[in-house]
Design a protein around this ligand. Structure first.
Ligand SMILES: *Cc1c(COP(=O)(O)O)cnc(C)c1O
Length: 484
């Protein structure tokens, strides 16, 4: 994996006069665009754009692509992130002209097919989650959390019962407390019991009239299913509180069990995880929110409706929390998700969940002789190990960095916080057994190296494009702008 070329930025490769296209000379008179468009044409100074030839550009991006690790290259076991392989048919469909070239401001009469697609997806998501209504607007999981918490807030305030506190277990995803805090709630942590689940006695003791809701990540970030979830819902509802389920990990549940049936009031779904949109580079995602009927009047505006056989956007929603995103959500992510759901079918989705759990448990049993588990209970779609017992003073970070030398993307590290030196592995259902075996062999080799030559492991990565970065300096003193 040696990479001899240090790729410069396009702006540093600028070569005045060099062009990447040959255009025949113009055979019509030149026109100053300002004579046609007036003030809409801004600024006379030409933009500074790098001047390059086609081969310069192609090589630049091709080289950069080889510096990247991708799920199309190999196992990407990043726990909680569900880096599964995304079938290429989704991409084909999302690129169809009728979808890709649609404008969000087109009149409804010209977009009936797209609206039907969205309505079909909403219905599918309601069926998968056991919920009554759904919005496709939110652009990501955390954005869905924010939207869902706003629904709870609007509902409670509408009852004249504004409450202040959001309960969140210590095994929740980190975005949960952030979303609750951002929505103006005081966040209170609920301790996990020794089994990694919510401590019911602690929960009951906390049931006071100031509790707006609980936010539960199910399965939680330990990969453990909240076995008392139905009882937790009853405890909260008896207190007049709501239950929010973080459904980003639906990969472990779909086709098997439904949050709506447990008693959850509202949840979000990560289409870019469970329903197969490539993610990880900050590209577009979608975090639809599904809820029970009592929260439906508060859904973001506009809401998709059907009258006399035609789809339309209903904007007359007086109780709505308002819009949470421009236009109608990240439409092409919705196209991919529906394509995935339709090609899988109900049986296929269930099978995917089963295989996601099977693969995680395969990794768990294969890695157990090498690493120590964070919690001993049964796990679903991911497994968390701790750093206890790593030889030679080697840390979780050292192991993760050395995995890069072996050609793997490292797992999620140091999360969840309740496991010391956590190493969180989620192979997903799309990994073949050989690839998982290759990963286990790499971990075994690194553990052996740690016994024999820990200093070498601690200095990893050795073969990567970059050596170990100073993460503290990067966080404390980030350089966010480019200066030539
Ligand atoms: C990924 C994830 C989120 C956040 O989703 P984003 O799309 O990254 O905002 C929330 N909860 C859980 C459990 C997740 O795994």
């Amino acid at each position: 994996m040696s990479r001899p070329i240090e790729e410069k930025l396009l702006f540093e490769k600028d070569h005045p006069g060099r062009v990447g296209a040959s255009v025949p000379p113009s055979d019509v008179p030149e026109v100053d665009p300002r004579t046609l468009f007036g003030d809409m044409v801004r600024g006379a100074a030409p933009a500074f754009l790098p001047e390059m030839s086609e081969v310069d550009v192609v090589r630049h991006f091709t080289r950069l692509s080889t510096y990247n690790y991708a799920v199309d290259f190999g196992l990407y076991p990043l726990g909680s992130c569900t880096m599964k392989y995304n079938p290429k048919i989704n991409e084909e469909v999302a690129r169809l002209e009728g979808f890709a070239r649609l404008h969000p401001l087109q009149p409804e009469s010209t977009t009936q097919g797209a609206l039907e697609l969205m309505a079909t997806l909403q219905n599918a998501l309601c069926a998968i989650t056991g919920m009554d209504a759904c919005t496709l607007q939110p652009a990501a999981g955390a954005h869905g959390e924010f939207t869902g918490v706003q629904l709870i807030r609007a509902y409670l305030e509408n009852q004249g019962d504004a409450r202040k506190v959001m309960l969140i277990p210590d095994s929740a995803h980190g975005t949960n407390p952030a979303s609750a805090h951002f929505s103006g709630y005081a966040v209170e942590q609920i301790q996990s019991g020794p089994d990694g689940c919510v401590d019911l006695e602690a929960l009951k003791a906390r049931m006071k009239p100031d509790v707006a809701a609980i936010m539960l990540t199910v399965p939680n970030t330990l990969g453990i299913f909240e076995k008392n979830i139905a009882q937790i819902c009853r405890i909260l509802h008896a207190n007049g509180s709501q239950v929010y389920v973080d459904g980003a990990n639906l990969n472990a549940l779909m086709g098997i069990t439904r949050p709506g049936d447990w008693g959850a009031d509202v949840m979000h779904i990560n289409l870019h995880k469970t329903f197969s949109t490539p993610h990880g580079g900050g590209g577009p995602g979608a975090g639809p929110v599904a809820c029970k009927a009592h929260l439906e009047p508060y859904l973001p505006r506009p809401v998709l409706a059907k009258k006399e056989g035609r789809y339309l956007w209903d904007r007359d929603r007086p109780k709505s929390i308002g819009k949470v995103l421009g236009f109608n959500g990240n439409f092409l992510v919705l196209v991919r998700a529906l394509c995935y759901i339709e090609t899988m079918g109900a049986d296929g989705l269930k099978r995917a969940s089963e295989l996601a759990v099977l693969n995680a448990n395969y990794m768990r049993s294969k890695l157990r002789p090498l690493l120590e588990l964070g919690f001993d209970g049964p796990t679903l779609h991911e497994v968390v190990f701790c750093d206890k017992g790593l030889p030679g003073g080697v840390t979780t970070l050292d192991l993760a960095k050395r995995l890069i030398d072996y050609g793997f993307h490292p797992p999620t590290v140091y999360f969840p916080l309740i496991v010391h030196g956590a190493l969180m592995i989620e192979p997903t259902e799309t990994e073949p057994r050989e690839e998982m075996d290759r990963f286990v062999e790499a971990v075994a080799a690194i553990v052996k190296e740690a016994e024999e030559n820990p200093a070498y492991v601690k200095a990893a990565p050795h073969n990567a494009y970059r050596r170990r970065l100073d993460e503290v300096a990067a966080a404390r003193n980030p350089r966010l702008t480019y200066k030539p």
